[in-house]
Write a protein of this length. Structure first.
Length: 428
C-alpha cells in the first residue's frame, strides 16, 4: 500500500490475491476507508526524511537506471550512492551498484519507515506529476511474466484460436490492456505479487486509459518491454514490474550450525531471552521465530521493521546480562503489540489483537467518519484486547492504557466510541 501511494504521475495496476487491499493489516471494512483515496491527487507527503539520518543503510538519492555511458562502468562496479550520505568505498557500499549493464543491490539492513526518503517516484504522465490512477485487480496472482517476443508468440496463438473458433460459428477473444501515461506500478500484497507500470488500455501505446476487461481483443504487437499475465486471464503491458512477495526467514547463511527451526515458518527458534538452540548464539528480527512461554496474550510476532529493531535491542540487553550473570526481564515492548504506520497519507495505529487474531467470542465496536477517521475496537469479556485507529483520532494512548490495564468496559457499551463523549476524562 505504501508503494502504491508513493508512486505518482503514472497509471498503476495493483494485483492482489485477496478480496480487499491491505489484507495483512486491515479487514475488509477498514480497507473501504482507503478506496476513495486510490485515485486522489497527490496527498500531503508523509516521507520521513529525518528518520533516515544516521542510518548506515538508507535509500540512495542517485538514479538507479542503467548506465548508457559508451565507456561503460568499471568492472568493479560504479557506486551510485550520494557521497553526502554514504561515506564508503566501492567494495563496501550498501547502495545500488551498476555492474556491467545491470543493477546489483548490495545487501544491508532494512531502512524501515524511511524507505522512501530521498527517492523520487514520479512518472511523466501528461496529466502532471500529481496525477494518480490506480486500477485494482482482486483475487488474482501473477501467472506468468512475458518478454515482448513471448507475448507476440502468445498473441499469434490466440489469434489462430479465435480464427479457428470463428470458422465453427463461435467467437472467442482475449487481449491485453494498454496504457500511455508513463511508468505505472501494480503490486500484489502478502505472499505473491506484481507491480506493473505503464498499464495498457488501448490498442495504441500513445492513447487510452486502463480497461477493467481482459476479454476484448486488442492489437498490441509487443510494444511494451514486459508483459504480465494474471491468473484471472488478463494481460498487462508495462515498463516496470515490482513484486511484493512477503517476508520469509532467510536462515540458509546460518545453517552451518544445527539450529532448531520452527516447523511452521522455518525461522530459528528463540526463547524468551532470544537464545537459540546453539549455546551462546542469539537471534533477533525476521530470521527468528519466538517461542516464549509464558508471554502476553496481547502481543504476537509479525515480521515488521519495528519488531526487528526492538528484538535487536532486547537481544543485546540479554547478552550483556548473561555475560554478567544477571537475570533479565522480558522487555515491556513485548507486553502489547503496537505498530504505527501511514497508508495513503493517513496515520494508522494497530494495537493488540487488532484483527481479533486467535480470538473467539469477541465483540467489535466501530466508528467511521468518511475521509477523516476509522476506529475499531475488539472487546472480549468486556475488556479491550485490540484496536485499529486510522486518522488523527488522538485515542492511541488512552486505548493502549485500557488494553494493558484490562479494565472492564461492559458498562459503557457502544457509548465507548461516542464522538460526543471524551473518554479520556473517564480513564486518565
Amino acid at each position: 500500500m505504501e508503494l502504491v501511494y508513493e508512486v505518482t504521475g503514472c497509471e498503476v495496476v495493483w494485483a492482489i490475491k485477496d478480496r480487499s487491499i491491505g489484507h495483512v493489516f486491515l479487514d475488509a471494512g477498514a480497507a473501504t476507508f482507503f478506496y476513495p483515496h486510490l485515485n486522489d491527487p497527490l496527498l500531503p507527503s508523509h516521507e520521513n526524511t529525518a528518520a533516515a539520518t544516521g542510518l548506515k543503510y538508507r535509500p540512495s538519492t542517485a538514479t538507479t537506471s542503467r548506465s548508457h555511458d559508451p565507456k561503460g562502468p568499471s568492472s568493479s562496479g560504479t557506486c551510485t550512492c550520494d557521497p553526502q550520505c554514504c561515506q564508503c568505498d566501492k567494495d563496501s557500499c550498501s547502495a545500488v551498484k551498476v555492474v556491467g549493464d545491470s543493477l546489483v543491490a548490495s545487501s544491508g539492513g532494512g531502512v524501515g519507515p524511511s524507505w522512501s526518503a530521498g527517492v523520487r517516484m514520479q512518472g511523466v504522465a501528461e496529466q502532471g506529476e500529481k496525477f494518480r490512477h490506480v486500477q485494482v485487480e482482486y483475487n488474482c496472482e501473477v501467472a506468468d511474466i512475458l518478454t515482448p517476443e513471448q507475448y507476440r508468440y502468445d498473441d499469434e496463438q490466440r489469434t489462430l484460436t479465435v480464427m479457428s473458433k470463428s470458422s465453427s460459428g463461435t467467437v472467442a477473444g482475449s487481449g491485453v490492456c494498454h496504457s500511455s501515461t508513463g511508468a505505472s506500478v501494480a503490486s500484489t500484497e502478502n505472499r505473491s505479487g506484481v507491480a506493473v507500470s505503464d498499464v495498457c488500455a488501448s490498442s495504441d501505446r500513445d492513447a487510452g486509459r486502463p480497461t477493467a476487461s481482459g476479454n476484448t481483443p486488442a492489437v498490441d504487437h509487443g510494444k511494451w518491454p514486459v508483459y504480465v499475465r494474471l491468473t484471472s486471464g488478463k494481460v498487462f503491458g508495462c515498463d516496470l514490474v515490482v513484486s511484493a512477495t512477503g517476508v520469509v526467514p532467510n536462515v540458509k547463511p546460518f545453517m552451518r550450525e544445527r539450529f532448531e527451526l520452527d516447523k511452521e515458518d522455518g525461522g530459528i527458534k528463540v526463547d524468551r531471552e532470544m537464545r537459540t538452540s546453539v549455546p551462546d548464539v542469539y537471534a533477533a528480527g525476521d530470521v527468528c521465530s519466538v517461542h516464549w512461554d509464558p508471554h502476553s496474550r496481547l502481543w504476537f510476532q509479525m515480521r515488521l521493521w519495528t519488531q526487528a529493531r526492538q528484538m535487536g535491542a532486547y537481544a543485546a540487553q540479554c547478552m550483556v546480562s548473561h555475560t554478567a550473570h544477571q537475570s533479565v526481564s522480558l522487555d515491556f515492548c513485548f507486553e502489547l503489540f503496537a505498530h504505527v504506520t501511514r497508508f495513503f497519507g493517513h496515520k494508522v495505529v494497530l494495537l493488540g489483537r487488532f484483527n481479533a487474531q486467535g480470538l473467539s467470542g469477541h465483540e467489535i465496536l466501530l466508528r467511521c467518519t468518511k475521509g477523516k477517521e476509522y476506529v475499531k475496537v475488539i472487546l472480549q469479556d468486556g475488556k479491550m484486547v485490540g484496536a485499529v485507529l486510522i486518522g488523527d483520532t488522538d485515542l492511541e494512548e488512552t486505548f493502549e492504557n485500557l488494553i494493558l490495564n484490562q479494565m472492564d468496559l461492559s458498562r459503557f457499551g457502544e457509548s465507548l466510541l461516542d464522538p460526543d463523549i471524551d473518554i479520556e476524562d473517564y480513564f486518565d
